[in-house]
Design a protein around this ligand. Structure first.
Ligand SMILES: NC(=O)c1ccc[n+]([C@@H]2O[C@H](COP(=O)([O-])OP(=O)(O)OC[C@H]3O[C@@H](n4cnc5c(N)ncnc54)[C@H](OP(=O)(O)O)[C@@H]3O)[C@@H](O)[C@H]2O)c1
Length: 332
């Protein structure tokens, strides 16, 4: 397992993070404990969850005995409103304090290592959010503050406010990043790299599309991510996606890899991708990835995949934002 310093912090985290989103919904409680144990056994020392992932924090709380708790950095997020009949901003003082207290209780811990704002909240003044998070750090309930799904300008605003007021700064950015979703490369990624903000990549298999499981199927299987998730279905129905996946399958075969392993190795090859958050609905979805923890892709393969998928990059500053990238022109 590779380990890296997590942005501007003193944490040394594994390049794989165990994603907790499915633990409470796709696994029985004892299976979820087994997934957590296997991750730790394979050297994973970072676990990501959220107050809005149904029963996930409960599963992780059950799995992390005090001895295991000490071995991992634990990250959760605030998003759900648990109080005032939902009539509070998600990132308001009231909601953060309530949600964090609840998270600590179900996670059976006194502190979380990383507390993230799951989404921006246009309703709450950023000063209220940041001063509350700063207090939570001072009270020892959270160690570091991060954000997820924010624009670069929102992070810039937060960093400026934190600096001006001597509050804790955000240290990490969690975003969707995969071969098929490279939007963060346009702005957030250069921004975070410049300021050494750690990048946590979620959706590394684009909801499972990068396993090849949907190739050649006329109907979407009922128990799959695409069946219940509009965004995954939209991706799948985009004309170029199946063609890209077809070519990726060939590249994987040539390199003696499964497609999911290739997709994860492509991310690991990007030094700006601090840690890749793994998702799965079966134990083997995770273990297949641990097998390749110490492998790297040849540079020429990374380059070929970069070119192949460059047609999936949104170009906001180009004359024609949705122009075809070089990958699309060359390949299809
Ligand atoms: N911050 C955010 O807004 C945000 C959003 C999403 C996720 N996340 C975090 O990122 C983590 C990972 O995200 P993700 O679950 O979207 O990741 P992903 O890797 O893109 O998708 C994982 C899904 O792909 C399918 N899959 C994975 N391996 C497979 C295999 N070998 N064979 C067949 N199917 C396979 C499974 O879905 P099915 O079996 O159901 O088809 C699995 O649940 C989450 O657990 C969570 O911690 C954060």
């Amino acid at each position: 397992m590779q380990y890296v310093v997590f942005g501007n912090t003193g944490m040394l985290v594994s390049r794989f993070t165990l994603g907790g989103m499915t633990l409470g919904t796709r696994f029985e409680p004892d299976q979820a404990t087994q997934v957590v144990d296997e991750a730790i056994d394979h050297g994973v020392n970072f676990i990501d969850t959220a107050d809005s992932y149904r029963d996930s924090e409960e599963c992780i709380g059950r799995a992390l005995t005090p001895e295991k708790r000490d071995k991992v950095f634990l990250a959760t997020k605030v998003f759900r409103t648990f109080c005032r009949n939902g009539k509070v901003g998600r990132n308001s003082r009231v909601n953060i304090i309530n949600s964090l207290e609840r998270s600590l209780k179900v996670l059976k811990t006194d502190y979380v290592d990383l507390y993230q704002l799951h989404h921006p909240d246009e309703q709450t003044p950023v000063e209220e959010t940041l001063s509350t998070l700063d207090q939570m750090v001072k009270q020892g309930k959270i160690r570091y503050v991060g954000v997820s799904n924010h624009y670069a300008w929102q992070m810039a605003l937060m960093l400026g406010e934190s600096k001006a007021n001597h509050w804790e700064s955000i240290v990490s950015f969690q975003a969707s990043y995969s071969i098929l979703d490279r939007q963060i490369e346009m702005e957030s990624l250069p921004f975070c790299t410049k300021l050494n903000i750690a990048i946590m990549c979620y959706g590394p298999l684009c909801g499972g599309i990068l396993t090849g499981k949907y190739q050649g199927l006329k109907e979407i299987p009922e128990d799959s991510r695409a069946a219940g998730n509009r965004r995954t279905r939209d991706y799948l129905e985009t004309a170029d996606v199946r063609k890209i996946v077809e070519r990726l399958e060939e590249i994987a075969r040539d390199n003696d890899l499964k497609l999911n392993q290739l997709a994860i190795l492509w991310l690991l090859g990007k030094s700006h991708a601090t840690t890749v958050i793994l998702g799965g609905s079966k134990s083997e979805h995770f273990t297949q990835i641990y097998e390749i923890a110490d492998r790297t892709l040849p540079e020429c393969v990374v380059k070929e995949i970069d070119d192949l998928s460059s047609c999936r990059i949104y170009c906001p500053f180009a004359n024609q934002p949705f122009r075809m990238g070089p990958g699309l022109r060359k390949t299809f």
